[in-house]
Design a protein around this ligand. Structure first.
Ligand code: ADP
Ligand code: ZN
Ligand code: ZN
Length: 751
């Protein structure tokens, strides 16, 4: 810790005051004991009352007259409040990912204002079941689908009181509809200031499943560790339906009974109503949810409930990590491989690493449980090396048989003269399902579509000779590597097979829908993509329409492969499976494997066996072969070898320095300067790549460049980041940096 003279201190970290630090002198006796994030006692205001504050910055520059600056009285190390924790976590995020302290604080401190009154509303059935059932059929006849949805939910769960916010957000029912149903005496809406149900009572009421041996073993091991005072990170690797959620519930139950709290992270898109209801059924009012469709006031209320002990369990997206529980004991991250766990704004934190840091910081420590059917390379690598404990769930508890997966070679189709988007095998199976009245899903993998070029005859992909990632087509007929800037002209003839079918691939969901209609004019098709899901609630509407068998075929992008269960789906077609392989970043194969595995898992959830057809121009690629076999281990072995050869994470670490500028030349020059500055630091074994125009290139007249640094030692990257931050801050303070801005991204997941 360097010996600075002054500390900028904030006195109250509640949202509004973050922007107003006050400067204090660090007395000699405290020299070296004061760090960013330290809680300190300071004299404050005219009366010099002693207040607690937090250091957000250290500096040697006095802000005003030196002799008017007061001294810090002491470092307040004795207590650990929820605020102390937030502050420590923010300081860690600032250092670990790069950002200002203000930005880090805004991330960890719940924003929004307290609402005047906290009311929790519940919806239940008022009519007797028989009459309600009649009304339900009437709604169905009249096509009053919102009413139909809510009645179905209430009839499926007789006697339940369902949280109001769950009905409006997840069933997509408006308040007006609920009010009208209530006015008619069909449902009851209760408002209560307090509505407590002890966990124990809830547990017996809904009855817990008898866990399988595999499940019980996980619960026993984790609880045993916990009781022995060990706080570990665990990875549960298990396919969908193998009982992970049931394990989470049992673990939370055990930890909450010890008087501690639980945070459950789920990727926003998989925030399925069914999963949430399972938690509500089990834990009753001790659990709450935060999600992106809530107002800031609503979110803030949930944070208050956590702070005051009104709830023990919070479920939500990555930001739920910052719930101010007094004593968190367990953090669960479901589908830990999902990219939504990485923040796209500064600080660009990853929820997995941040959760592990938080678990270390809470008094007494917390354990962290990760779960996935297709673990991230990071998590599996650490589980293999013993840093995490690994558990496998191998059996599917939902019944149903695993689908038959076939790969259709699109190069062959071309040779056979089939110019359709559908391979002959997919046409045959689609025809069969449409005739039988069974449902099919057609999935196009659009990730990385932007401008990749390949040979449609032999599957050859144009790759960077240095970075082994796909080149993207830029204006002016150039193929460019987004990491190192290598470029070559677009070729008209394939260098491998001599064919002239070299092109960028442009099929989208609309073309697929058209093609289905061309083959089967009477088929009912639903389409789900960025266009059809623009309005709020449209996502749920399409999915529930498909679940209600209002369509034969659902066409969509990766949105359709997550979460939902459709028991009537017996065919899944993956069109151009390799599209995401062309994404110009080192995670392309991993993402492809995950998407294909998930897509294949959509078929055959019900009684009937399912088929999956994966169409590909590169049918021998290991991502595709291993996904078809649902063989994670085999995929991991191939992929980790690739990462090893090219020193990509998790074998090594990588920092992306992202430069944005309104002026192309200036941006490039500045990027080069940053690279030179980093090279001057003489960090051994650091590999510098770029600058190059970044993946997304020019958006809104802003040019984006990136310089990448690969290094085994994460702290070395942090050192380089610190050097750049200081350089940039000095320029900013001198008013010399107006048109350029810089962001950092460690071990990037989105490009
Ligand atoms: P995952 O989270 O891995 O997808 P779930 O926990 O949702 O798996 O379990 C899948 C299905 O199996 C659910 O319907 C769940 O109720 C059921 N299930 C889970 N564990 C058991 C068990 N021990 N006995 C019977 N059914 C179970
Ligand atoms: Zn070719
Ligand atoms: Zn390159």
């Amino acid at each position: 810790m360097a010996d600075y003279i002054y500390a900028n201190v904030i006195v109250d970290i509640s949202h509004e005051k973050v922007d107003r630090p006050f400067q204090y002198r660090i007395p000699d006796r405290l020299m070296g004991r004061v760090d960013v994030g330290s809680p300190v006692n300071i004299p404050f205001g005219r009366g010099n009352n002693v207040r607690k504050g937090y250091v957000i910055e250290l500096t040697d520059e006095p802000q005003w007259e030196v002799d008017k600056i007061k001294e810090i009285l002491d470092v307040a190390e004795d207590t650990v409040s929820a605020e102390d924790l937030s502050m420590k976590l923010a300081a860690w995020m600032k250092r670990h990912y790069g950002s200002t302290m203000n930005a880090a604080l805004r991330t960890v401190i719940p924003s929004g204002k307290k609402q005047n009154r906290q009311v929790h509303k519940y919806v239940s059935l008022r009519l007797p079941e028989r009459e309600a059932t009649e009304y339900y059929y009437e709604c169905a006849r009249k096509k009053q689908t919102a009413r139909e949805r809510i009645l179905k939910e209430l009839l499926d769960n007789p006697g339940d009181r369902i949280p109001y916010e769950l009905i409006t957000s997840k069933l997509n029912v408006t308040s007006a509809t609920l009010k009208s149903l209530s006015d008619k005496g069909i449902i009851r809406i209760d408002s209560e200031e307090y509505f407590r149900n002890p966990v124990a009572a809830e547990t017996t009421r809904y009855g817990q499943k008898v866990l399988s041996d595999e499940q019980q073993n996980i619960v026993d091991s984790v609880v045993r560790d916990y009781d022995e005072g060990k706080r570990e990170t665990y990875l549960i690797h298990g396919i969908t339906g193998s009982g992970k959620t049931e394990v989470y519930i049992a673990l939370i139950d055990a930890i909450v009974k010890k008087g501690r709290q639980a945070i459950v992270l789920i990727p926003e898109i998989a925030l399925t109503y069914q999963t949430l209801m399972r938690f509500y059924r089990h834990f009753g009012d001790r659990v709450s949810v935060v999600n992106s469709s809530m107002s800031p006031g609503e979110k803030f209320d949930q944070m208050e409930r956590a702070r005051t002990g009104d709830i023990d369990i919070i479920i939500g997206p990555r930001s739920a990590l910052f719930t101010p529980f007094p004593n968190t004991g367990i953090i669960i991250i479901d589908e830990e491989h999902e990219t939504t766990y990485k923040s796209e704004t500064m600080p660009k934190y990853h929820a997995r690493e941040t959760a592990i840091e938080l678990a270390k910081l809470v008094p007494g420590g917390a354990c962290v449980v990760l779960g996935s059917a297709t673990p991230s390379l990071e998590a599996y690598y650490k589980a293999r090396s013993g840093e995490y404990k690994l558990f496998e769930l191998t059996k599917r508890l939902t019944g149903g048989t695993l689908p038959t997966v076939e790969i259709a070679d699109l190069r062959e189709e071309l040779r056979k003269g089939n110019r359709s988007i559908f391979s002959l095998r997919l046409q045959e199976l689609l025809d069969d399902r449409i005739k039988k009245g069974e449902q099919a899903m057609l999935f196009i993998n659009r990730r990385g579509l932007a401008g990749f070029v390949s040979c449609r005859s032999c599957g050859h992909v144009f790759k960077c000779p240095h970075c082994d990632v796909s080149l993207s087509e830029h204006r002016g007929g150039r193929l460019v590597c987004h990491y190192c800037g290598y470029e070559e002209p677009v070729k008209k003839i394939c260098p491998k097979c001599g064919s002239k079918f070299v092109s960028s691939f442009r099929a989208g969901t609309q073309q697929i829908e058209d093609e289905v209609k061309k083959f089967w004019p009477n088929a009912r098709v639903l389409r789900m993509d960025a266009d059809t899901t623009r309005t709020k609630g449209s996502y749920e509407k399409i999915l529930s329409a498909f679940a209600n068998k209002e369509a034969d075929v659902l066409v969509g992008t990766q949105m359709i492969v997550k979460g939902h269960d459709f028991p009537n789906v017996t065919l899944v077609g993956v069109l151009a499976a390799d599209m995401s392989l062309y994404a110009s970043d080192y995670r392309a194969s991993e993402r492809t494997f995950q998407l294909l595995t998930q897509a294949a898992g959509r078929a055959g959830r019900g009684e009937r066996a399912g088929n999956v057809v994966i169409q590909s121009y590169q049918p021998d690629h290991y991502s595709i072969l291993t996904a078809a076999k649902q063989d994670y281990e085999a995929f991991y072995t191939e992929e980790i070898a690739y990462r090893d050869i090219l020193r990509y994470p998790p074998i090594s670490h990588m920092m992306s320095v992202q430069i944005q500028s309104r002026d192309e030349e200036e941006g490039m020059a500045f990027s080069n300067r940053l690279r030179a500055l980093m090279e001057q630091q003489q960090i051994q074994n650091a590999v510098f790549i770029g600058p190059a125009l970044a993946t997304i290139g020019k958006i809104n007249d802003i040019y984006r460049f990136a310089v990448y640094v690969k290094l085994d030692d994460y702290d070395g990257l942090v050192f380089l980041k610190d050097a750049l931050e200081k350089y940039i801050k000095d320029l900013q303070d001198a008013g010399k940096l107006k048109t350029v801005s810089v962001q950092f991204d460690f071990d990037p997941v989105n490009g």
